[in-house]
Design a protein around this ligand. Structure first.
Ligand code: GLC
Length: 395
């Protein structure tokens, strides 16, 4: 089987149905529930091969939207299923994840032209993005805050070490304990995140805000098609405001940096692949992008490795080639970088990312993350993110 065929077969094998809801688990052993941004990745891929399954995946996600509009980052579908950690209440987590939902709906629409599906799911999307803008920006700074590293999708990234007050050689288990303390704090406040969490963990994270900008723009185009002028205005305005705030408050030395604090801006100065994500939403000028690609992406001393792009610069003390989000290669970052490079016309570099991704999967299989120097596979088996290579073929 080709890698592409293996990818589609893996998504089919990891599909589950519970109470009439059909969704895909990221890995049957390690991650046997539904995750928010994973499901968006699944839908992007399934849009090409099995669009009905892609629609069901998103329907399942929004079916557990919370009353305040938040979409939880985990849905533990199977009642009484064993989950090691309680990330919330009542069968879902109390966190969210990078808001890729509008992008996933667009991917489905582009393949199917299914207006009815878009109209059906649109109200849930609107409520979700409205929640992020209204409830995760209490100071009206136009930058959205995340309340736990897990909301970034990069659970263990050293970008957050200083906020968590942990050393750069922290053990995975100790790190998890810190993140669970944050959940406890949130629970104590009855999950009223925006007023409670700002004293514990509040990070204006670059990838989350970039992904939000791009998704707000997409949803604005959808709302226009649906004739919802007010929504379109709200979404476009907020995409512009966040874009501007990122430039004014998070840009320094040629790149964007995440910042900690609800009121303040404490720069989180660990260099990670977050520098490249703004390419995805076109936030760098062409000249800035050229410098970034030349000096950082293709720099073997920092991010460019023989097997892929390191998620943390090799110059950082926290860098671990086999570490969970501490430098190892992950397929979703590869996909975001690929799409960013394509947006700016860096076709050769995008092609290299695709080739490295395919080579990793061929050598190590569909593993969770990979060693940038040796290509060894680590973490979960039968992990779905490798399927994103099927969306890196458009060169
Ligand atoms: C890990 C990843 C996270 C992902 C989850 C399920 O926790 O860090 O981004 O959503 O696994 O695959």
């Amino acid at each position: 089987m080709t890698i592409e065929e293996q990818a589609f077969a893996l998504l089919a094998a990891n599909r589950r149905t519970t109470d009439g809801h059909t969704y895909t688990v990221p890995s049957p052993d390690a991650y046997p529930y539904q995750w928010l941004w994973d499901s968006c990745f699944h839908a992007i891929v399934l849009a090409k091969s099995e669009p009905e399954a892609a629609k069901d995946e998103l329907r399942a996600l929004v079916s557990r939207q919370l009353p305040n509009g938040m979409i939880p980052h985990i849905i533990y579908w199977v009642p009484g299923s064993l989950h090691r950690y309680e990330w919330g209440t009542d069968g879902t987590s109390a966190l969210t994840q990078p808001p890729m939902l509008a992008y996933a709906v667009k991917a489905i629409y582009e393949k199917t032209g299914d207006d009815a599906f878009v109209a059906e799911i649109y109200p849930s999307l609107m409520r979700y993005y409205q929640y992020l803008i209204d409830r995760r920006d209490p100071r009206d700074h136009h930058l959205i805050g995340i309340i736990n590293p897990d909301e970034s999708g990069e659970d263990n990234s050293p970008r957050f070490d200083s906020v968590l007050h942990v050393p750069d050689d922290i053990l995975l288990a100790d790190h998890l304990d810190r993140r669970r303390e944050l959940i406890d704090a949130n629970r104590t406040c009855n999950f009223d995140a925006e007023f409670c969490m700002k004293t514990h963990f509040w990070v204006k994270d670059v990838p989350f805000n970039v992904i939000l900008i791009e998704n707000l723009r997409i949803l604005a185009r959808i709302s226009e098609r649906l004739g919802k002028e007010n929504d379109k205005h709200f979404l476009t305005l907020n995409a512009d405001l966040i874009t501007e705030a990122m430039r004014v408050l998070l840009f320094a030395d040629g790149v964007f940096w995440s910042a900690a604090g609800a009121d303040s801006y404490e720069r989180l100065s660990v260099a990670t692949w977050a520098h490249f994500v703004p390419l995805f939403a076109g936030l760098y000028s062409s000249a800035e992008a050229r410098e970034l690609v030349k000096n950082q992406l293709l720099n073997e001393d920092t991010f460019w490795a023989s097997r892929g792009v390191r998620t943390v610069s090799r110059r950082e003390r926290a860098y671990r080639p086999d570490g969970f989000w501490r430098g190892s290669v992950w397929m979703a970052p590869h996909w975001f970088i690929y799409r960013g490079l394509m947006r700016y016309g860096f076709i050769d570099e995008a092609r290299l990312i695709r080739e490295k991704s395919l080579a990793l999967l061929e050598r190590a299989g569909f593993r969770e993350y990979f060693d940038p120097e040796t290509g060894a596979g680590y973490g979960a088996h039968n992990f779905t993110w490798g399927a994103l290579v099927t969306d890196m073929m458009d060169i």
